[in-house]
Design a protein around this ligand. Sequence first.
Ligand code: G3P
Ligand code: CA
Length: 362
Amino acid sequence: MFTKMLLLLLAFCTLSAGFASEKLIIAHRGASGYLPEHTLESYTAAYFMNADYIEQDVVMTRDNQLVLLHDIFLDRVTDAAFKFPNRFRIEADGSKRWRVIDFTLAEIKKLNVTTGFRTTDAPTKQHDRSQTTAIWPERFPIWKSGFRVATLAEAIELIQGLNKATGRNVGIYPEVKNPSQFLIEGKDISLAVLKELKKYGYHKKSDKIFIQCFNPIETRRIAEELLPKLGMELNVIQLIAKTSWNESYSIIDGKLIPYDFGWMLEKGGMKKIAEYADGIGPWKSFLLDTKQSARTGLTLLPMISEAKKLGLKVHPYTFRADEGRILTPAKDFEDMVSMFFYDIGVDAVFTDFPDRAHKVRR
Ligand code: G3P
Ligand code: CA
């Protein structure tokens, strides 16, 4: 009797552990709920908060170096506008912006990185960065300490170094950011990212890496042209955005035209993605009816079942614990993560708070 109970208990523990480990935590821009995004400090914190993967958004400098910033601009998270007041471009909407592609790595390394602030503060208050307003006032205080922009190589060496020191195998999750913005200026950022990944030993499906991109023309190019050309096979994730965010552009007749993501939300959209990708990274609101108030008997949108039927991994973004970021009908952050993991059935979540998501998983 005792042996039987012990066996049952062991079977339960094994099943629970297996179920839990199927759910992945991707540290969104590192542990960005606690430290300035995409800094090595933020990645280190995420590493020790039990993230399975740590995300890197990758952009390119004037001298073709790969650096980690969410935007193609420097002016939301660095003091570029204060240190280099005349190095802006006037964008199509008339705003002054400081673009990564206009700076060398050596110049970018001189900048301080901080928690994100309103970019409209920079041009008008060029000589007084203390007047800037944090986007997340409850997070790490603005302009404190001494953070720097990291390169992709530095981030990989950090994570691989920690893997060696701890015996763990935490993965990386690089995103090729706005490739058309670089291609139109003669820079093949996707090819450069893949070459860097290969250099650091990521080249086969079983390696702990996902490569992601919003631009479907480029994601397909990565999967069908660039990876085979480089003798690599990696898991590729197609990100899905709302068209109105202008997250992606096509190059048509030498001009950048906002990309229409509409087809991805229509019937058959997942089938097209499954032709070239291993999974999707949708905005989390694309997966369920967000107007429902009952936590039980959730009404899901077709995307998730269609993706699952085709064997696509589903990694929605972004799970934040800050005020106003809890998606109904969840009651708080933990409930939201639990709802997506265990009621909706996603495979992973991108989160700014990997420690709290890990607690839900346990
Ligand atoms: O890449 C997926 C996730 O990071 C959400 O997108 O805009 O934060 O890069 P974003
Ligand atoms: Ca990203």
